[in-house]
Design a protein. Structure first.
Lengths: 414, 338
């Protein structure tokens, strides 16, 4: 009796699974011909300020009235496992997606599914991270240059140079890296080391991984400071607010370069020596706008490789905003969390941003059209870092002209 | 007396070759000597750290070891208690995240700091209660139960927070760790550390719950047969462990003055490592919180030392793993000799 019931239950559950799968597939199959096109935002991990703001800003664009009139918009969280992101992308393609804006977990692992999607007519736009699949559009600051001088490229190199200058060209440096093994960390680190190597008076005494997290960065910095109380400067990726807090707890005030946390900029405005630069969450919204323009005006209206200029805020220029807008050159907020990432505006590409859009995803009422993006095209010499290879007509080599620092690996004509 | 020895049930786990009296004495000895071995190592490590940096040993080293070791010691109290009862708890990261998140969220919403902390620990500890009830009522292995519960809990937290982390920590909490309060020149974090160790030892050695936990961990069957309320004890063990993780979350919130939702992720494996390095049996029934605290300090000092020599991250991790293995071997050899 018991076994018969078990067997019945097995048959029933198998039938249910089959029915559900069939229903799921047919729903996926017909959705593509629905009246509204589908747009997806696929983010990686959720739960830190950067990812949260990037996703909120992208959704604030996607949920604006003019976009909602034409498209259905969905947000999917893929976590930190590439396999999960691949299967999420597959189901988006199967459901008839027109546009997928994504934070890619891996620069290479997603390539097969992206190729498959491109063939099916899906447009892929990545933000912050990049993918090497040629049919996808990359929107990233990783190789970006300073807004006033496009030859001064790479976050890692530019902040390293600024740190050396703040230290008067000599002294001991510690480096707070990001997440070990990620391509972003490698680009930042390698370009920074290339700069430090040019100054014989600079000695890198310790390197550690803060995982782009302020709490971990504070712990690791505190450990390293115990061993090197005589350090003269710290070069940091995201998590620099933790670095500054560890220095404060140890009673040290030395130059720090890092990314865009609200606390760091507050300290800069109070006279802490340093530079704030690096990854802007605004890139989520910019990628969404780029994707929408491709749907609207066609693929030829947009370059494949878009480089967002580096933010650059120093002790002299850090200035608190009276309200929730970037006005009169202000660049951080009075009431934001310490690790809130301040770069939510981009003056050319996303001036219509708002603090509410970044913190709550409040829809943007009126989207501004993107300017001519030619100015934001990544130079061919830096493609190696985001595409994993050089364009046709270029080959791998040391870039010695048109870029400062000279001698970094890249693509040269020939 | 002799009759009862003869009629030992066939499933009994008492090793026949050892007279019961001497094995109990050995266990008692082990319980006393284990903390001594670990603490001797801790004290030896302080001058030995000179090998890693010319700036060591220093007050800064000891201060950092205590502050960073505090989080580990609090988390490991919970994990150690669960392991003592014969279980294991994989929900550490999720519960730490609850403690940290709600402290920030509630105090940002205007709830007074102390009340916010109490409420957060209460909310966080509810997850432990669920763990305990399922472990006590089912025959599923604790690691599966705690893994499943913590997966659900993390997903719920992601939903509740809408992905938004890191409210600013209340000022009073931040002040605990930024060096601004130090009565009689002693940093307040050190005072907290001493209080934590005292309370932890009190719960483990001086309460009936502590003694019942040892009994369950030694033999669930014997404990049941002797009329112990096994289920109630199990529920309480997981609940108290979750209270500890929740408090660790609150402390970490103060230390980092804000928190990502994955703030607890890096504490799970170290929490198990220090319990085992401290000489507790991973199968339950034996161990001392005093040794666990010593092991927390030992591993923290080691990680500071390893950080000081500036090796690449891969080598650091390898070294850290090797050190855990070696101290395990040492504690086993030390234990056997008794």
């Amino acid at each position: 009796m018991k076994t018969r019931i078990t067997r019945l239950m097995t048959v029933a559950s198998v039938a249910a699974v089959v029915a559900l799968t069939v229903a799921g597939c047919s729903a996926g199959g017909t959705a593509g011909t629905g009246e509204k096109g589908k747009i997806y935002l696929d983010l990686s991990y959720s739960g830190n300020n950067w990812q949260d703001e990037g996703a909120n800003l992208a959704m604030s664009v996607a949920n604006s009235p003019e976009v909602l009139a034409k498209y259905d918009v969905k947000k999917v969280i893929s976590g930190s496992d590439p396999q999960k992101q691949i299967s999420d992308l597959q189901s988006m393609i199967a459901s008839g997606a027109k546009l997928i804006v994504l934070y890619p977990i891996s620069p290479t692992a997603l390539n097969p599914v992206i190729k498959q999607g491109c063939t099916a007519g899906v447009t892929f736009v990545t933000y912050d991270g990049t993918v090497t699949a040629p049919c996808a559009y990359n929107v990233s600051y990783i190789t970006g240059a300073q807004a006033d001088d496009p030859t001064k490229a790479f976050f890692g190199a530019q902040t390293a140079k600024a740190l050396v200058e703040l230290m008067g060209g000599k002294g001991k440096v510690m480096m707070n890296r990001g997440v070990a093994g990620t391509s972003t960390d490698t680009v930042h680190y390698d370009s920074a080391k290339a700069v430090f190597a040019k100054y014989p008076g600079i000695q890198v005494v310790n390197e550690y991984y803060g995982n782009w997290d302020s709490s971990v960065s504070k712990q690791e910095t505190a450990k390293a400071l115990a061993a090197h109380p005589d350090v003269n400067g710290i070069w940091s990726e995201a998590g620099e607010d933790g670095v500054v807090k560890a220095l404060e707890a140890a009673g040290l005030k030395i130059p720090v370069t890092g990314e865009n946390s609200n606390y760091f900029r507050l300290k800069l405005s109070e006279g802490w020596p340093g530079v704030s630069s690096g990854s802007p969450p605004a890139s989520g919204a910019i990628a969404m706008k780029v994707g929408l323009q491709i749907l609207d005006k066609g693929a030829s209206s947009v370059p494949k490789d878009i480089e967002i200029p580096l933010a650059w805020v120093t002790t002299q220029t850090a200035k608190v905003c009276p309200g929730t807008e970037f006005v009169d050159g202000c660049n951080f907020f009075k009431d934001a969390d310490d690790s809130f990432v301040t770069e939510i505006f981009q003056k050319d590409l996303f001036p219509e941003s708002s603090y509410d859009a970044a913190t709550k995803g409040t829809p943007i009422v009126k989207l501004q059209p993107l300017p001519d993006l030619k100015k934001f095209t990544q130079p061919e010499s830096r493609r190696l870092y985001t595409r994993g290879a050089c364009d046709a007509g270029y080959k791998e080599g040391l870039v010695n002209s048109g870029q400062d620092p000279k001698g970094l690996n890249g693509c040269v004509k020939g | 007396m002799s009759e009862s020895t003869v009629s030992t049930p066939p499933s009994g786990a008492v090793p026949l070759s050892t007279p019961p009296g001497s094995s109990r004495r050995a266990a008692m000895l082990h319980r006393v000597t284990q903390p001594v071995i670990v603490w001797v190592l801790v004290i030896a490590m302080i001058p030995l750290s000179r090998l890693f940096s010319e700036h060591f040993p220093s007050w800064s080293l000891i201060n950092n070891a205590i502050v960073l070791g505090l989080f580990l010691a609090v988390v490991a109290f919970g994990q150690g208690f669960v392991i003592l009862s014969g279980g294991i708890d994989l929900s550490v990261p999720a519960i730490i995240a609850y403690g940290a998140f709600f402290t920030g969220a509630l105090s940002s919403a205007g709830v007074p700091t102390v009340l916010a902390i109490i409420l957060s620990v209460a909310i966080a500890s509810a997850i432990g209660l669920i763990n305990g009830v399922i472990v006590a009522r089912s025959t599923f292995p604790p690691f599966i139960v705690t893994l499943a519960v913590s997966t659900v809990a993390s997903a719920l937290l992601l939903g509740i927070s809408a992905g938004r982390p890191g409210q600013t920590a209340p000022r009073g909490l931040i002040a605990l760790f930024n060096g601004s309060i130090s009565p009689a020149g002693i940093p307040i974090a050190v005072v907290i550390f001493v209080v934590v160790v005292a309370v932890g030892c009190l719960v483990q050695f001086r309460t009936s719950l502590g003694r019942r936990t040892y009994a369950i961990g030694n033999s669930m069957r014997a404990a049941t047969l002797s009329g112990l309320r096994v289920r109630t004890t199990t529920v309480l063990v997981y609940w108290i462990a979750a209270v500890a993780y929740g408090i660790a979350g609150v402390l970490l919130m103060g230390y980092g003055s804000g928190s990502d939702l994955n703030i607890g992720a890096s504490w799970l494996l170290p929490s198990i490592a220090v319990v085992v390095v401290g000489g507790s049996s991973i199968a339950g029934g034996s161990g001392s919180y005093l040794s666990t605290v010593g092991a927390s300090l030992l591993l923290t000092i080691l990680s500071i030392d390893i950080s000081a020599i500036g090796l690449s991250e891969g080598v650091k991790q390898v070294l850290y793993g090797v050190v855990i293995l070696v101290s395990l071997l040492l504690s086993k050899v030390g234990g056997r000799r008794q």
